[in-house]
Structure formats: structure tokens, C-alpha cells
Write a protein that binds this ligand. Sequence first.
Ligand code: NDP
Ligand code: GDR
Length: 352
Amino acid sequence: MTKTALITGVTGQDGAFLARLLLDKGYIVHGLRRRASTPNTSRVDGILDEFGKDGRFALHYGDMTDATNLIRVIQTCQPVEIYNLAAQSHVHVSFATPEYTANADALGTLRMLEAIRILGLEKTCRFYQASTSELYGDAAEIPQRETTPFRPRSPYAAAKLYAYWTVVNYREAYGLHASNGILFNHESPLREETFVSRKITRAAAAISLRQQDRLRLGNLNAQRDWGHARDYVHGMWQMLQQDEPGDYVLATGVAASVRDFATLAFAEAGIDLEWDGEGVEEKAFDRSSGACRIDIDPGYFRPTEVDIVVGDASKARQQLGWSHRICLQELIREMVREDIAMLNHQPVRLEI
Ligand code: NDP
Ligand code: GDR
């Protein structure tokens, strides 16, 4: 029987990859989109062209802050799987918009879960929640696993903590098949340009094409566990195929600093960087020309930072059979190449 899924946040990076994955598996996919004054569906326009005509992919206007709308959309779609990906997902921006972030990310999740109950779908609809490694904050344990205590360090992480525990509570209280994917950073050429990975690959591409002189970054010492979004959406789907719901870390197990990421990305673009100086004085120079290519802008530092997150995905490996396939080097290669192609106005061939 054809399954129907609803994806909130379908216009985002993960939403686009997940929609493609589910459609390839034969699902009917519905997605929530926000009204915007500028087009915000570019990541799924190709999918809409391909699957919209025969009704296998449809978008519905909605917002995580609007409970009656969410109830109506779920009632219309009658999904058997809901992937709750919608969120104000930028950690730094959450310090500027803490109340909105809590409303969309924390209460938005509660609204979705309540909508399932109000519509009496507890026994028929499975729920995936986009939880995050940011929950760990400055965790005492490295690597972090499902049992590592949470210690959020931003309004975003605090909102996601509320959502995480609400999902656990609805599972225990109402028997919902509701799972948290505790996903570590995952990137792709579809990553929005204000996240550090894409900001770096785009700048490396632009500098190599002489379209830009230099890049300004914040904390170079932060370490992240970076994987590819394509691998991670597969894990989301696997969680909802289990007989029992649960909470799973998805991660590569490899930590790299922002400085490491930049060195690799610039090398991929043919620029050999040499680092010099410390703290806000640190700079990276192009070894061949001597030109300064990266320097520090303290405006990108966060009031509280997460210094290192690196995950142990053993549980997902053992119970789901999930593991990442794409390593950091391959991820960076793909992102830099796509950015160079895009800046050269060549057709970008994204396999999503
Ligand atoms: P994006 O920022 O790329 O996408 C976020 C999506 O949420 C967009 O479709 C956006 O719509 C939508 N959205 C934001 N606010 C609202 C709202 N109030 N109502 C309805 N929709 C809204 O995030 P990612 O795809 O990278 O991440 C997906 C989810 O996974 C997020 O919840 C994120 O917090 C979480 N996560 C991401 C990780 C990562 O490394 N990528 C790691 C761990 C968790 P619009 O296009 O209109 O802005
Ligand atoms: P993160 O991703 O906060 O981990 O959240 P981001 O790419 O924003 O930052 C990663 C690290 O890089 C440092 N950094 C910079 N960050 C940005 N954005 N811009 C800069 O110029 C810059 N310079 C240094 C940051 O301080 C940070 O330490 C992402 C989001 O996708 C969340 O939604 C998700 O939950 C987590 O990953 C896991």
C-alpha cells in the first residue's frame, strides 16, 4: 500500500533530501511551506516539477506557530509518517530571536504532537523529531551518545531540549511511535550560506575564481562532527521503520575544527593556506601569492559557544544498520565543486 508522509521544513536542506528519498521509495509526500515575499522553494522546485503533476508531491501553506493550520494540514494529508524538520535552525540567530525560536522549535513540536492526538492518529501515525547534537552543549563526555546528559548552550538548543523531552513524554504517555534523531552537523551543496560549512566552500570557490578577496569567520577552534545530509535523511526514515520508537545518535565519529574545514575546502579549490597569529589576530594566507584570505570578525562569536561535539552512532549502527558513507573530505569536495560550477553558471548536477 502506498504510504503518505508529511514533512515540515520541506523547503530546507534536509527536507529536500528527505522528500526525494521518500518519493524514490514510492511514498506520496506532502510538505509544509511558509509564505515568503521572496521564493523559498528553490530546493524542491525540481521535485515539484517531477512529481507534482501526478499528485505524489504537494506543498501546503503553514507555520509551526499556527496550531489550527497544523491540525488542518495533518487532517488533509492523513499521513502515516510525519517528519518534523521545521525549525528556526540557526544557533547564532537564536540569541537574537530567542522567543520566536522557542515558539517555532519547542512549542511548534508540541503543536504537531497535540494535532496528532486531537485528530486521533496516535495509533496510525509515526513521528520523527529533528533533535540535535546541540542538546549536548558543553557535555562532559566525548564522544556523545544517547545516554550523555544534555547541557544546552543556546536558546536554539534549549528549545530543542523542550521538544526532545516532549516527544519522549508523548511516547510514554500516549503510546505514540515518536522518535528523536539526535543528528550531528550534516551539510551538502544545499546548505544555506550562513552556516559555516557552506560559507567556507562558497568563499573558497569564489576566491579561486577571483570573484571575492577574503572571508571573515568567527571561532576557528570550534570542532564539529560533519557528515553529509544525504546519509542522514536515510537514518531518519530507518527510525520510523522500526517496530518500536527510540532515540538515536547519527554521527560520523570524526571531529574537525572550523580551521581544518577551511584548510581542506581551500585546498580543494586549489589554494594552499598558511595560518598565522592567534585569537582575533589569526589570519590565513595564500602560500603562493601571500594574500590574506581569511581573517576574524568577532561579530561571528556567540555569547556561549559549543567547543566540541563528536558523536558515537553505535546504537544506530547496531539497531538500524545505519552508518555514514560519505566522509568529510568527500563532502567538502562535492560542496566546493558545486559552488565552483554554480559561480561559473554551469548547470549544477545535484543528486538528491
Ligand atoms: P534548514 O534551516 O535548512 O530548514 C529549516 C526548515 O524549516 C525550512 O524549510 C524553513 O522554511 C522551515 N521553517 C523554519 N521556521 C518555520 C516555521 N515557523 N514554520 C514552518 N516552517 C518553518 O534546516 P536543516 O534542513 O538543516 O535542518 C532540518 C531540521 O534538523 C531542523 O529542525 C534543524 O534544527 C535540525 N537539525 C539540523 C542539523 C544539521 O546539521 N543540518 C543537525 C541537527 C538537527 P523556510 O525555507 O521558509 O525558511
Ligand atoms: P552549528 O552550525 O551552530 O553547529 O549548528 P554553524 O555552521 O552555524 O556553526 C558551526 C561552528 O562554526 C563556528 N563559526 C561560524 N559559524 C557561522 N555560522 N558563521 C561563521 O562565520 C563562523 N565562524 C566560526 C560557530 O561558532 C560554530 O562553532 C548547526 C545547525 O544546523 C543546527 O540547526 C544543528 O542543530 C547543529 O548544526 C547540529
